[in-house]
Ligand binder design. Structure first.
Ligand code: GLY
Ligand code: MN
Ligand code: MN
Length: 437
């Protein structure tokens, strides 16, 4: 589903307003090769989708507010009946104008020759620099070519800005429509996690659980917003475990980190639960610490709070919890000061969430942690990971990994946990386990 034309137009108008005397260039993401001559399914770049809804590869959008006649230009793949038999219809230059509302459109092959003319009169040029060095070079070449007109008194870009900063600010605060998309992603993700929880018996393979997750996402018309992690037992202590090939065993926990992307917006949810009938005492103790930290952190999400503060809160709760259950020993203040907790809690608590799982937007503003505002969406995902062979650690805790992750919308008076209806209380998880047995 595309955004309505009016929404996209308003976003472009805002970019152009903020650009003032500048122009912006937004390229499509490359079509990533999987292996040999086979490609991954194409996922358009979020920035291009956000501003144009255009979802074909090999496209470039130019926003040139100083160009009175053609402030919105699209370079796209031209129609090609032969190729379209294989790959499906293309909008072509006509469609770029008629469907996507471009003031002018050209074949992508004409980008290098035509781009300089759209940069004339712009004093600044904004590009998401550093993402594609080849493209950066092409843009710099076009900016240089535009300077030949300076002798006639027509300015050309001499100052460069990172468009990611500007778009990051815009994408950081979600509109009502975007929040609806995130709710749809959360809802599909809830169905997927529930099905996985009900199916996770001893003997089942991690990829069989992954298959259920993917089936649920696809049934909702979505796909995974990132590769699902389905990690049984000690696999859960590998933060980015994606092999998903091991067999679930009685007595282990299963950690699932999976989120559906629906209409270009993704959820990001982790649940950890017992494969057998219930938690062992050590698992329950560790899980309880993570859950307490997550609850405290979610309670703290409100306008004016910062991700730094929220992280500090989980560090504090997890450190004290690890001392209480005997996973760590020593003095809490010293453990926090020397960051010794990082042995078992080595990642941050939160990231922005939206069209990308690690969404855009600065975490600091002028060196200060950014205060949360209504409309921002972040994850809250503390965890504890005890490696299988950890020296001087009570063996009961070894090989246990727990993370609990929810997606939280900042509201005017607090927050709304978009994924709050996916079970995480110990009693609820044990009830699902009991029903499964
Ligand atoms: N699933 C990626 C993350 O939790 O950040
Ligand atoms: Mn996350
Ligand atoms: Mn995650």
């Amino acid at each position: 589903m595309h955004e309505e034309a009016a929404v996209l137009r308003a976003r472009r108008a805002e970019v152009m307003h903020r650009l003032g005397a500048g122009a912006a260039i937004i390229p499509a993401a490359p079509h990533a090769l999987r292996s040999g001559d086979s490609h991954h399914r194409y996922r358009p770049s979020s920035d291009l989708l956000f501003l144009t809804g255009f979802c074909e590869p090999e496209a470039v959008c130019v926003l040139a507010p100083q160009h009175a006649e053609h402030p919105f230009v699209l370079f796209v793949r031209p129609r090609d009946p032969e190729r379209e038999v294989w790959d499906g219809p293309r909008a072509g230059v006509e469609g770029a104008r008629e469907i996507f509302g471009a003031d002018a459109a050209f074949p992508i092959g004409e980008l290098d020759t035509r781009l300089p003319s759209f940069l004339r009169g712009a004093e600044e040029l904004h590009v998401a620099l550093g993402q594609d060095e080849d493209f950066d070079r092409r843009v710099l070449r076009a900016a240089r070519a535009a300077r030949v007109a300076e002798r006639k008194g027509i300015s050309a870009p001499r100052r460069f800005g990172d468009l990611a900063l500007l778009l990051g600010e815009m994408r950081l605060r979600k509109s009502e429509r975007e929040i609806l998309r995130l709710r749809a992603a959360a809802s599909a993700t809830r169905d997927a996690h529930l099905e996985a929880m009900r199916a996770a018996r001893p003997g089942v393979l991690e990829y069989e659980i992954e298959a259920l997750l993917l089936a649920a996402f696809r049934r909702h018309g979505g796909e995974p917003g990132y590769t699902p992690i389905v990690a049984a037992g000690a696999n859960a202590t590998v933060l980015h475990y994606v092999a998903n090939r091991a067999r679930l065993r009685d007595g282990e926990l299963l950690l699932i980190d999976a989120g559906a992307e629906i209409d270009w917006y993704t959820a990001d949810v982790t649940r950890t639960f017992p494969v057998g009938p219930g938690f062992s005492d050590a698992q329950k103790a560790l899980y309880g610490v993570v859950l307490a930290a997550q609850r405290a952190a979610i309670l703290a999400v409100r306008p004016g709070a910062t991700i730094e503060k929220i992280h500090a809160l989980t560090v504090e709760t997890i450190t004290r919890g690890m001392l209480d259950i005997g996973l760590l020993s020593g003095d809490a203040t010293e453990i926090i000061e020397k960051e010794l907790y990082k042995r078992f809690y080595m990642h941050r608590t939160s990231h922005w969430l939206g069209m990308d799982v690690h969404d855009v937007g600065g975490y600091f503003v002028r060196g200060q942690p950014r205060p949360l505002e209504p409309g921002m969406v972040l994850t809250v995902e503390p965890g504890i990971y005890v490696p299988e062979r950890a020296a001087e650690v009570d063996a009961r805790f070894c090989g246990i990994g727990v993370r609990i992750e929810d997606d939280v919308l900042v509201t005017a008076d607090g927050n709304d946990v978009l994924t709050g209806d996916i079970p995480k209380e110990i009693a609820d998880l044990e009830a699902i386990s009991a029903a499964r047995a």
